[in-house]
Design a protein around this ligand. Structure first.
Ligand code: RIB
Ligand code: CA
Length: 314
């Protein structure tokens, strides 16, 4: 089976960084065609720089990295330095400035060009941050929808609370209008929301297992996750932080680690109180045709074994 062609759209972010490393460590399964960056955890200037820092850490300075939209479609940009640090990659210990170049082409145009030159249903998009780039690509070139095999995203919450507002998860809350365009576009969706990402917690034992890999990659990841972990225990009462974005890549590599349900997902974009809520019809009460597989369970030990296995390869 040839490796699956994917584009990772991200806002690194420590958890985005682990997802990128896992994908780049799996060339037999995934062909990363390019990395597109969006404003989210930190401003675009930093997310595109961080993506290049991670590519160099992975030994892939050849991988094309593109800068995309610097702000959401309608809302002002709201970032998350309190979680990820001022650089967005605090704790990594990596050189501040990458040496590999940023591509001149806009991320949206890379997504469009790549999809339009592909066969129908060939390209998988993996948004790990706000969906601004994906939404703009769909609006600018609606024909790309037929070229998309699946959009596998980290975002939203099906049954549980939000983490940016009481009802909305950060990626969707940051750009709910973009998320709505993506949910309504008609491409097959696979949703990794907080319900499932909060079941894969970076406990001290799991962090030790990563540290014990004993490579520069492992050192950078354990430094990043130790920084990233610092808030969540008291916030969520868990012994570590949820490793959100790597769930997307883990599913591509080992889908049986997760359980989900076909259902209909919509995004609330009108009410100030619930703006950005993913409205998931878990019991099928609306009669709306399912547009997504929404994940709610993970084998967390199996997930971390996969994380360690892939990081050990770099
Ligand atoms: O809510 C978690 C999501 O927001 C993750 O993608 C994290 O990187 C941030 O972007
Ligand atoms: Ca992210």
């Amino acid at each position: 089976m040839p490796p699956r062609p994917i584009i990772i759209d991200c806002d690194p972010g420590q958890d985005d960084a682990v997802a990128l490393l896992m994908a780049l460590a799996s060339p037999e399964s995934l062909k990363v065609l390019g990395i597109t960056c969006v404003a989210g955890n930190v401003p675009l200037e930093l997310t595109q720089r961080n993506a290049r820092r991670v590519c160099e850490l992975a030994g892939r300075p050849d991988l094309p990295v593109f800068a995309g939209c610097p702000r959401p479609l309608i809302l002002p940009l709201g970032t998350a330095e309190a979680v990820h640090g001022q650089s967005g990659l605090d704790g990594s210990g990596l050189p501040d400035q990458p040496t590999m170049p940023l591509q001149d082409r806009h991320a949206v145009d890379f997504i469009i060009d790549t999809c339009l030159s592909a066969a129908d249903g060939e390209i998988t998009l993996c948004p790990l941050g706000p969906m601004t780039n994906i939404a703009v690509a769909i609006v600018k070139a609606p024909k790309i929808v037929g070229k998309i095999r699946e959009i596998i995203f980290m975002g939203g919450a099906a049954l549980g609370p939000g983490n940016r507002t009481p009802s909305a998860e950060f990626n969707i809350a940051t750009d709910p209008h973009a998320a709505r365009i993506v949910m309504e576009a008609g491409a097959p969706l696979v949703m990794f929301g907080l319900d499932v990402t909060h079941t894969v917690i970076t406990t001290p034992t799991r962090l030790d297992a990563i540290r014990k890999i004993g490579t520069p990659v492992a050192e950078a990841v354990s430094g990043m996750l130790s920084f990233y972990d610092r808030h969540d225990p008291e916030r969520y009462g868990e012994p570590g932080a949820p490793l959100h974005d790597p769930c997307v890549i883990a599913w591509l590599l080992q889908p049986d680690l997760f359980r989900g349900k076909e259902t209909h997902v919509a995004v609330e974009t009108t009410s100030p109180l619930t703006l950005g809520r993913t409205v998931v019809d878990w019991w099928g009460v609306t009669g709306n045709e399912p547009n997504a597989i929404v994940m709610d369970r993970a084998d967390s030990d199996g997930f971390y074994a996969l994380v360690v296995d892939r990081l050990s390869r770099l």
